[in-house]
Design a binder for this molecule. Structure first.
Ligand SMILES: Nc1ncnc2c1ncn2[C@@H]1O[C@H](COP(=O)(O)OP(=O)(O)OP(=O)(O)O)[C@@H](O)[C@H]1O
Ligand SMILES: [Mg+2]
Length: 590
């Protein structure tokens, strides 16, 4: 067996296998170089998902002819002036991206430092094919053509141009989010697909790159602990998506993918969102270089934290604090379909007094109009009630959620606020308030129990009883006192006082179901959100209960001071507001 040193082009091609997996990874390396070069403006153009061509122009520091040649050599980098790799502050540091790309594609670099001339060097699959002067403004232009054109084994594994394009766009979006001072533009097959201005505020940049509506529906996250700084934006729970693709994490300006983020975000929003809904978050961690290792994988999209628990804890509490501070705020735009249902009454051609008593058969009646629903003896009387507010708001105090004016369909509270009309979903709101009260109680002494005058027997199957029995001590902290009562029943001695006279049977059997679904390794306290949500649901002011004005106002006032009361436990809004301006628009006054 003879051992030999591999020639440089082969070494590069082997490295390329890890660094350049697909067009998006080549694009990522080239754009990162442009960022590292101190650019203010980066323009990207790709063709056919980047499979045919990738072009990146920047206005950064540029390179002279000898630097270009060096840049194309393996392990040549300007980014580690000393040997302290743990202190690296740039995106690149390995000195292998350009030679790797050049070994599996045709790579052309035009570059010009300010105050000097431009130069080109083109390498085709490891061989220099052109070198000479080039005309361009100060900065660098890198063109990659026919990636893997001569590596059929690789080319075969690439996905469709459409999938490659999506991956390229994702790369640019993440880098643009991490660097709001730099202007980015991107074209695909001649069509502009992304464009952001230089010097944007971070939250504006995130909104521009995800969804414009986020601009009005986010909270700012800011937390500092043990030298680690967390900042960024997170969507209000009511602003959520069916897929979790809009969750971004950046560590020291570097977009990274980390499972830690997914879990921490889930934990922070646990009781505010249904399981299948996902918030939008963009979180930026500034970590002292020694606390994080970026040299985990050649593609540099993973990092290793020295203290992952600290980071995870920071993400959870940073998000929770920001969301708590928002209190009762919910998404401020109602569902458009719901809003468009506010239909104007068509102007009646007949004077009211002359309205026919019997409708002419076949006469066209406009859909959804009130006129269509003239009361007849068969129509039940409307369910809306209004009574004068017993205690009008004290002068000079303004309540954000207004003063209750009435109840509609025994489900919605209608309140008048200084700036508009507020409608509250009483069940959703009360459920939320109960959950928050329970959360506070659990942080202190535990939930107060209310003994039942007559203990109640709840019949359940045996495994359900076994599960409840195993948790008797823990459930006591929640104010629920249970005893085993034969093989297939539980005796309920007391229920959480804050739930009032609720449906004991339903509560206990739902909890048994919850326990079946739990991870048995977790204590109920750790699953507080789930237990509390189930209990809150049973203790709530159900839809359909008539409330007095005093009760309605009490509910509104409690919502105003309770964190996270703007959304129900499933992430839907608990209240909506129709501003005076909107009301005027409905009547055509504006
Ligand atoms: N757009 C650019 N503007 C100015 N200099 C550049 C540009 N692109 C590359 N360079 C120079 O070329 C060198 C080599 O780039 P290359 O991407 O191969 O390695 P790196 O960025 O140092 O490390 P990594 O392999 O981790 O990306 C860089 O260190 C930098 O000095
Ligand atoms: Mg690089």
């Amino acid at each position: 067996m003879s051992i030999r040193r591999l020639p440089e082009h082969l070494v590069n091609r082997i490295a390329a296998g890890e660094v350049v997996e697909r067009p998006a990874s080549a694009l990522k390396e080239i754009v990162e170089n442009a960022v590292d070069a101190g650019s203010r403006r980066i323009a990207i153009r790709i063709a056919n998902g980047g499979l045919d061509r990738i072009e990146v122009s920047d206005d950064g520091c540029g390179m002279d002819s000898s630097e270009i040649a060096l840049a194309l050599e393996r392990h040549a980098t300007s980014k580690l002036p000393d040997d302290a790799i743990e202190n690296v502050a740039t995106l690149g540091f390995r000195g292998e991206a350009l030679p790797s790309i050049a070994s599996v594609a045709r790579l052309s670099i035009d570059s010009r430092p300010a105050g000097s001339d431009g130069w080109n060097r083109t390498v085709d699959n490891g061989v220099v094919v052109n070198e000479g002067p080039a005309a361009l403004p100060p900065g660098t232009r890198v063109i990659v053509e026919q990636l893997f054109g001569k590596v059929p084994a690789r080319r075969k594994f690439l996905r469709s141009a459409k999938a490659e394009y999506a991956a390229c766009l994702d790369v640019v979006r993440r880098l643009a989010m991490a660097h709001p001072a730099i202007a980015f533009s991107m074209e695909h097959d001649g069509r502009r697909v992304l464009g952001v201005q230089a010097d944007e505020a971070r939250e504006d940049r995130v909104a521009a790159l995800t969804d414009r509506a986020l601009a009005d529906n986010h909270v700012i996250v800011a937390l500092e602990r043990e030298g680690v700084r967390l900042s960024g934006v997170a969507s209000l729970p009511t602003y959520n998506r069916g897929v979790g693709d809009h969750q971004f994490l950046f560590v020291n300006g570097r977009p990274v993918r980390d499972r830690l983020l997914v879990g921490a975000v889930r934990g922070a929003y646990a009781d505010m969102l249904a399981r299948d809904r996902h918030p939008v978050v963009a979180l930026f961690l500034d970590v002292p270089p020694l606390e994080v290792d970026v040299n985990v994988h050649p593609a540099k999209t993973e990092v290793r934290f020295r203290d992952p628990a600290l980071i995870r804890g920071m993400i959870v509490s940073g998000l929770r604090r920001a969301l708590d501070a928002e209190g009762f705020r919910a998404v401020q735009h109602a569902d458009p379909a719901g809003l468009s249902a506010w239909r104007p009454e068509p102007v009646s051609p007949t004077p009211i007094g002359a309205m026919p008593i019997f409708e002419a058969a076949g006469a066209p009646v406009p859909a959804y109009s009130v006129a269509e629903r003239r009361p007849t003896f068969l129509t039940p009387p409307p369910q809306a009630r209004a009574e004068p507010a017993a205690a009008p708001a004290p002068e000079g105090t303004s309540f954000p959620l207004g003063v209750a004016r009435g109840q509609v369909a025994r489900t919605y509270i209608v309140a008048e606020a200084e700036d508009g009309l507020v409608i509250v979903d009483q069940h959703a709101a009360h459920e939320r308030l109960t959950l928050e009260r329970m959360r506070r109680a659990m942080e202190g002494q535990g939930v107060a129990a209310q003994a039942l005058l007559l203990p109640e027997v709840v019949e359940l199957d045996e495994p359900a009883c076994d599960r409840l029995e195993a948790r008797i001590a823990e459930l006591k902290d929640f104010g629920l006192e249970l005893e085993r009562f034969g093989p297939a029943a539980m005796l309920v001695r007391a229920t959480p006082a804050m739930l009032g006279q609720g449906d004991v049977q339903g509560l206990v059997s739902d909890l048994a179901d919850d326990l079946a679904a739990y991870d048995s390794a977790l204590s109920l306290k750790e699953r507080l959100d789930l237990v509390a949500a189930t209990m809150a649901c049973h203790g709530s002011v159900r839809a359909g209960r008539i409330l007095s004005v005093a009760e309605m106002n009490a509910l509104l006032r409690e919502m105003e001071i309770t964190p996270r009361s703007g959304q129900c436990n499933h992430g839907r809004p608990t209240w909506v507001k129709l501003g005076h301006g909107d009301i005027e628009k409905l009547f055509g006054r504006k």
